[in-house]
Ligand binder design. Sequence first.
Ligand code: NAI
Length: 255
Amino acid sequence: MSIITVTGSASGIGAAVCEQLKEQGHTVIGIDRQKADVVADLSTAQGRKAAADQAIKSSNGKLDGLVCCAGLGVTAPSSSLLVSVNYFGTTELIGLLQSALSKSESPAITVIGSVAATQQVAKPHNLVELMLNNDESAARELADELGQPHVAYSSSKYALTLHCRRLAVKHGSNGIRLNVVAPGAVETPLHEASKNDPRFGEAVRNFIAPIGRNGQPSEIADAVTFLQSPKASFIHGSVIYVDGGMDAMMRKGNM
Ligand code: NAI
């Protein structure tokens, strides 16, 4: 069976992904700030390097998969921290683990984006450009200057999704499949904190998917484990919405 690294393994969606992968017989190397095989802080360059080094060491230099779930929501201590974890904590780790992944027969990466990436607030934003230009210090500075965590969040997920799509095209021939899963509202500690936030709580509570309920972490993990499996061998560069119809509702009239 395969060796798969999962970030954000200690909670919510990441924990559900680890559980399913282990049930399927895979070896999982969890990365998180706490309660993980590899305890590391993905908000810093040193933390990302330490996480990658330990994951490579634990897998003897060959990894079959990477699932990037670590992330912060609108209640993050600061917008700069959110940008560092959600965007750079994922994109830099993918770069650092690419060579170990390329040693596998059929490597696959799944990145957790968000339905929030399709919100208009993110697209034209300078913050997106700074992230895509890999300028972490300028992106952090602008994020804090704006002081709008919901803009930082949607921008981080928009930039992350675009980065992954570009990477999928650029590196298609190196054999590493790369897809994004974009969840809607999923009942996790991150979502609970947003629901209780005095600034965003009401909007989050009223944002109900057409299907009439929020998702469970296991329903996101179902999509992730499928994408990591050989059954998804021709799926590459895709964004799969697992959102109870939220994207269809928000972008009705668009594909
Ligand atoms: P969660 O809060 O339950 O889990 C996130 C995990 O990321 C935690 O274990 C946390 O310790 C870890 N993490 C945060 N900062 C880190 C850092 N600096 N270094 C290492 N690990 C760090 O949240 P949830 O909901 O499971 O979120 C997982 C992903 O799903 C996130 O990327 C989030 O943006 C995304 N998402 C969640 C949605 C939801 O409604 N729950 C909706 C759409 C996307």
